[in-house]
Design a protein around this ligand. Structure first.
Ligand code: NAP
Length: 470
């Protein structure tokens, strides 16, 4: 998504000497790597689209994953990105030497460039659970982001570990296909009810004929998300209380068995973890062939999963919907900045970057959706567009020759980081739960201010925050 966007933006700014390095064999990023049943995006598609390439053909408010992937592929095709992409080769190192970045790929190719835009994504390094005996499982086992379509789940006894957004989508999508579905829940989730109305042919025709009609839908969703983002950064806000009440009502009215209801009841604030949006999960878990297991997993055996009560849950297929290593960012690529400084060393404690974009001493290396940015329930497409608008101003300054090297100053990063950590204390993410938003200190690794402030920060760089050389 962000790489395609970069290519289009560079082309429009008159650059023609650039390459997009793509480790995969096709476009799509997260939408290529995730192919699990039920895959979708909980940001409505009209907002999860490039602002310059609105799509009148979205089939529903939350269309299925393959449709989203198709959209990105079609846009890449339409804007002539394909010719700029080198597929199937991974950049393994970037070294800043003599004022330029020297890139090496896994295939041993070398390239030399003036500027690197790292559009490497956030949720793409699968996290496998540390469970004793995992490798001994005799059935089929795979991570949700590595779905094995060669494995038949129809009529099978399927177990799912995890109750994040991914697991909830999978459970709802497969429960009617499998013989038994066993969901291993370590932590209960707050579930927002939702509806996913398909767009009618008539609506799609209106969108196609009148861009303004699409803009209205998009703006409506954007306003709603802005409102949510204003609430989420203030744990005591009425918005957060309202969301919790919605979720609570959903639990009370959707789950009929009082025992199951209690087992599904979270003991932390709603939206502290990534909020689940699902019109179908509670129905799915109440199906006769579905079982919720809340006993802790003690190990995996050839026949299935053993829990603390000594029971072995017999399974044919085990799905690990256990999330991602979210602090990797551009890694495992080895990035070496000015004076031989290694990004791995700079990020030894945790990743950081000024405004998520620039790291001191890594000149002309700019990240999209980098560390501590707005990842909490926003459209990452919109986030990337805003960031790229900002980055292009840094790039233009280099192109104009005003400076040869641009990277954030250490002081600017330290000051912003101190303010960010302080502001993060007030957010809903800090109210006491385990989630992938939290860093090793338990500080939410996200943007803790209103989204409107992010928008205005991205309008224009504050040049005094940068070390400008040459
Ligand atoms: P996740 O939110 O990190 O959830 C991982 C789940 O695995 C959690 O329930 C976790 O339990 C559980 N888990 C991990 N290790 C375990 C272990 N050893 N034993 C038992 N349970 C274990 O990952 P995700 O569901 O893949 O979602 C990641 C993010 O991707 C989402 O938050 C969202 O940003 C994005 N996503 C979005 C959508 C969408 O619709 N937009 C869909 C899918 C994913 P605990 O809760 O106890 O830690």
């Amino acid at each position: 998504m962000a790489g395609i966007l970069s290519a289009i933006t560079l082309k429009e700014a008159g650059f023609d000497d650039f390459t997009v390095y793509e480790k995969g064999d096709s476009f799509g990023g997260t939408w290529r790597e995730n192919t699990y049943p039920g895959l979708s995006c909980d940001v409505p598609a009209h907002l999860y689209s490039y602002s310059f390439a609105l799509n009148p053909q979205w089939s529903a408010l939350y269309p299925p994953g393959p449709e989203i992937r198709g959209y990105f592929e079609a846009v890449a095709e339409r804007y002539g990105v394909v010719g700029h992409v080198r597929f199937g080769d991974e950049v393994v190192s970037c070294v800043f030497r003599d004022g330029r970045w020297h890139l090496t790929t896994a295939a041993g190719e070398h390239d030399e460039v003036d500027v690197v835009i790292a559009a490497t994504g956030v949720l793409h390094h699968p996290k496998y659970p540390d469970i004793a005996g995992l490798d001994t499982f005799a059935g089929s086992m795979f991570h949700s982001a590595r779905w094995d379509h060669g494995v038949t789940i129809d009529g099978a006894r399927v177990g799912v570990i995890g109750t994040g957004s991914t697991a909830m989508q999978i459970v709802s999508a497969i429960v009617d296909r499998v013989r038994t579905l066993t969901l291993f829940q370590r932590t209960a989730q707050w579930v927002m009810p939702g509806i996913n109305p398909p767009y009618t042919d008539e609506e799609r025709a209106t969108f196609a004929a009148d861009r303004q009609a699409m803009e209205v839908v998009r703006q409506g969703v954007a306003d709603l998300f802005d409102h949510f983002s204003d609430g989420i950064i203030n744990a005591g806000s009425p918005e957060m209380a309202m969301i919790e009440q919605f979720c609570l009502d959903n639990l009370e009215t959707s789950v009929t068995d009082p025992v199951l209801r209690e087992r599904l009841r979270p003991d932390y604030r709603a939206a502290c973890k990534r909020l689940i949006l699902s019109p179908t999960f509670y129905q799915a878990i109440q199906k006769p062939n579905a079982e919720l297991v809340t006993e802790a997993i003690t190990g995996v055996e050839p026949g299935g999963v053993r829990t603390a009560d000594g029971q072995v849950h017999e399974l044919d297929v085990l799905v690990l919907a256990t999330g991602f290593h979210v602090d990797a960012f551009v890694r495992p690529m080895a990035v070496t900045g000015r004076g031989g400084v290694e990004l791995d060393a700079v990020w030894a404690e945790r990743p950081g970057a000024y405004l998520s974009i620039s790291v001191p001493d890594f000149p002309n290396f700019f990240m999209l959706n980098g560390p501590n940015g707005p990842v909490g329930n926003f459209s990452l497409v919109e986030v990337a567009e805003l960031q790229l608008h900002y980055i292009m101003q840094l790039v233009e300054r280099l192109r104009a020759g005003t400076n040869r090297e641009i990277s954030a100053s250490s002081r600017a990063l330290e000051d912003l980081e101190a303010a960010r950590v302080e502001a993060a204390k007030n957010t809903i993410w800090s109210t006491g739960c385990r989630s992938w938003y939290l860093d090793d200190r338990g500080v939410p690794a996200v943007w803790p201010w209103p989204f409107s402030r992010f928008r205005s920060e991205m309008e224009e760089p504050k040049w005094e925050a940068y070390e400008l050389i040459g």
